[in-house]
Each structure stands twice: as structure tokens, then as C-alpha cells.
Write a protein of this length. Structure first.
Length: 449
């Protein structure tokens, strides 16, 4: 039992003594590529300075693309990320992309409340890295979450996006380069500050292979087994197979081992193994959990309350984990709102299965609305992020912080439109069930007469 998720250990599961060595492995090709890119950029900066030109900011992907023919390491990296493995089936990946938008409402809430709270907060090595990059400060966490969703949205947009040369493929390569850059910077700071800043003997190399596998499992598997089922929805096996295949290909591009995801049963086993092996609440976990709630609560224009975040987190992760993370106990209203969310997710999924035309419209609608809201709108990334080196490890460790918004306790219920919608769904479903019970009882009584 991990949180509120239970499973039986089998021969496919991997014990901790076999996963721990992966902490000390990393993407060596990515690290070597970043080193060369930095040297090229330094030479270009010096040349621009001598010519009296404005010094351009480093764009690792652009530098890689422009210089890939002049360096063997860059050429090897470029060839690796642009080579499509034999096991890739583009039709299957396209079906996998539709999975995300078919259950978009459930997938987004599930990823935020279970993927970030349940997985990131409880994964010790991931937490230690997050707190040293500044990305989990309440001032920057919102943008970090949006950038993560940008990756998800772009790799699930269309085949043209995910194929080599596509926007989603480029973003995935950018993430890989960024991870190697963060790793390099953290190790340099750790050399100066010592184990008190980051202890590699305990946590392993920053952004290590185990972290990559864990992240890939969270993206590909948790929707199907640790999120949607707790909302009352179990996706068909074929849909789960397709979605895991999609993220296996993303894992190939991002430099993570993909053999763990060769079959659905293997992917499920590695997800469960890491959940069991890595679940450990630390003082750093409390900081991440606290800052997550602070960063998202009362955020316009949706204005989701802390109570809704806590209710959803408790339903998806279990009370034990949330208690250890120091989360509050929300009232009945917030649980009712989250129940309304779950019922709406199930209702939309059922309607899509019954009405194929509605499914096609719904998938396209969710794809467009999410891309516009998260990537292009003024409340989102305002055109998208290049995933540059924004959260620079500088020797400081993020602590518990408050957000800079007005006290949400002063908001009226109608100022929280999403929660209001969910509560209306909850009330409507309750009235329907009561009405159905009354009618059924009346019908049974008339039959007896």
C-alpha cells in the first residue's frame, strides 16, 4: 500500500537495491553536448564583444542546430534525438495523444494534485533538486508548472509536433539540454559549498537516471492507475497501451532508458516499484507541499481555493501522505466540489464513448483551448517558453513562502467559477439520485398494489 494505492509485488517489480545505483548514472551524452555548446557560445560572445555588437543570450537548441556539423559530439547527439526507434508506431502514438485530451479535465487536475504533490513531494532526490533551482519558490512555481504543461501539450498536440523537426520534439530536446545544464551548475556549486548544500553520496547525481525514469513513469502511467481511477474512471487497456507508447518515445528523445516501458505491464511495475522505493517524506517535502498550495491557491482567473487543492490531494494521495506533508483538513464544501469534478470527468468520458462525433469535437476543443490558455494567453506563457536557464542554482535553498495575493478567505463562492461549476454538478447529481430513488420506490409500491 502506497498512499491510497495498493498492488501486489511480482517478479516484474524492481527492488530498491537495484534501482539505487541508477542515482549515480546520468545522461552523459547530454552533459557532454551542453559543455561544448557553452564553449561555442563563449567564443561567439567574445567575437560579438570585440565587434561592439550586442551580446546574445544563450539559446542551447539554436546553438546545437547551427553547429551540429562541426563537432562529433553535437553530431552524435543530434543524430540520436532525431533517430526514430524501430518500435515506434506513429498510428499508436497518435491514439496516445488523443488520450490526454479525451480525459483532459481529469488528467490536468490529477497531474497537478497527484503528480506534483504525491510524486514530487515524496521523491527525495527530486525534491532536493527542486529546492536548489529556485523553481519551487512561490514566485516562480506557477511558471514552472506552465512550462511543464507546455511540454505535455506540445508532445500530445499532433504527429507533426512530435516527429523530428516538430515543435513538441524541439521542446523535448530543450528539456534534455536544460536538465544537463542544471546538473552541471548544481555540481559546481556543490564542489564549493560541500555536502551541506547537496550530498551526492545520498541523493546521487542531480537530474540522474533514476529521476528520469521516475518522471517518465509519472507522465505515462499515473493517469491510468493513480489518478483517473480515484475519480471513478478506468480507461480501456488499449488507450493505456497507446499513451505509454507515446511517452516511451518521448523518453527516447529526452535521454531516459526506455526498456522499462517496453510493455504496459513493465511500465506499471516500474511505476509501482518507484512509488514504493522512493516514498519518503522529509522536511524538504513539507516545503514543496506548502509552496505548491501557496502558489496555486487564489490564482486568477480561476481562483481555486486552498481547500479544493487539499481535498483533491487527499482523495488522490491519501490522508496519510497529506498529513505528513502538513496539509490542512478542508470542510465538506471542498470535498463536495471535488466530488463534482470527479462526476463531471466520468460524465464527459461516458458521453464521448456513446457519441463519437462529440468525442472528436471534445478532443479538438480541449486541444485548442488548452494550447491557447496555457501557451499563448496573457495568463499563460504569452507565446510559449524556450526553456532557457531561468532557475539558476546559486547556493541558496528555497524555504516555505507565502504568495503575494490578497487573502482568498475574502472571496465569495461565485468568484471561484470552477469550484462553483463543480458544486452545481455535485448538487445536480445528488438531486438526480434522490429523485431516481423516490421514483423507483414509488414504482415498486405501485407494482405491489
Amino acid at each position: 500500500m502506497v498512499g491510497n494505492y495498493s498492488f501486489h509485488w511480482t517478479k516484474e517489480h524492481i527492488p530498491k537495491e537495484k534501482t539505487d545505483p541508477l542515482r549515480f548514472e546520468h545522461d552523459e551524452l547530454g552533459a557532454a553536448t551542453v559543455n561544448i555548446i557553452q564553449k561555442i557560445h563563449q567564443r561567439e560572445q567574445e567575437a560579438q564583444k570585440q565587434r561592439g555588437e550586442q551580446i546574445e543570450k544563450l539559446d542551447m537548441f539554436a546553438t546545437l542546430k547551427a553547429n551540429r556539423h562541426y563537432d562529433k559530439t553535437l553530431e552524435e547527439f543530434w543524430k540520436q534525438v532525431n533517430t526514430v526507434p524501430d518500435w515506434v508506431n506513429w498510428e499508436q502514438l497518435e491514439r496516445g495523444q488523443r488520450f490526454f485530451y479525451r480525459y483532459a479535465l481529469g488528467n490536468i487536475i490529477g497531474f497537478a494534485l497527484q503528480g506534483f504533490v504525491g510524486e514530487n513531494s515524496a521523491s527525495t532526490s527530486v525534491v532536493e533538486v527542486l529546492l536548489r533551482t529556485g523553481g519551487f519558490s512561490t514566485r516562480s512555481l506557477r511558471r514552472r508548472l506552465l512550462e511543464t504543461f507546455q511540454l505535455v501539450l506540445e508532445v500530445t498536440h499532433s504527429l507533426d509536433f512530435i516527429k523530428p523537426g516538430g515543435k513538441g520534439h524541439e521542446t523535448t530536446v530543450r528539456v534534455r539540454l536544460l536538465h544537463s545544464m542544471v546538473q552541471q551548475r548544481m555540481l559546481r556549486v556543490a564542489e564549493v559549498k560541500g555536502p551541506s548544500y547537496y550530498d551526492t553520496s545520498i541523493h546521487g547525481v542531480p537530474m540522474n537516471t533514476l529521476d528520469s525514469i521516475h518522471a517518465l513513469a509519472t507522465f505515462s502511467c499515473n493517469h491510468a492507475w493513480q489518478q483517473l481511477p480515484h475519480m471513478g474512471l478506468r480507461p480501456p487497456q488499449q488507450e493505456v497501451d497507446d499513451y505509454i507508447a507515446l511517452w516511451r518515445y518521448v523518453g527516447h528523445v529526452i535521454g531516459a532508458p526506455t526498456d522499462f516501458f517496453a510493455t504496459t505491464s513493465q511500465a506499471k511495475a516500474i511505476m509501482e516499484s518507484l512509488s514504493y522505493n522512493e516514498l519518503h517524506i522529509t522536511p524538504s517535502s513539507l516545503i514543496v507541499g506548502h509552496n505548491f498550495v501557496e502558489a496555486l491557491k487564489d490564482l486568477p482567473p480561476i481562483n481555486i481555493s486552498a481547500g479544493f487543492i487539499q481535498a483533491g490531494s487527499r482523495r488522490l494521495n491519501g490522508d496519510d501522505i497529506c498529513d505528513q506533508l502538513g496539509m490542512g483538513h478542508p470542510g465538506w464544501y471542498h470535498y463536495a466540489c471535488f466530488k463534482g469534478h470527479c462526476w463531471l470527468v466520468v460524465a464527459l468520458a461516458t458521453a464521448q464513448r456513446w457519441i463519437p462525433s462529440f468525442e472528436a469535437w471534445s478532443i479538438q476543443f480541449c486541444r485548442e483551448i488548452l494550447h491557447n490558455a496555457i501557451i499563448h494567453s496573457k495568463y499563460g506563457l504569452k507565446g510559449g517558453s524556450l526553456l532557457d536557464f531561468k532557475y539558476v542554482p546559486n547556493g541558496q535553498i528555497t524555504g516555505c513562502e507565502k504568495n503575494d495575493r490578497l487573502d482568498g478567505d475574502r472571496m465569495w463562492f461565485y468568484q471561484r467559477p470552477l469550484e462553483l461549476l463543480y458544486f452545481i454538478v455535485f448538487c445536480a447529481r445528488c438531486l438526480f439520485m434522490i429523485g431516481s430513488a423516490v421514483i423507483s420506490k414509488s414504482y415498486s409500491g405501485s407494482q405491489m398494489l
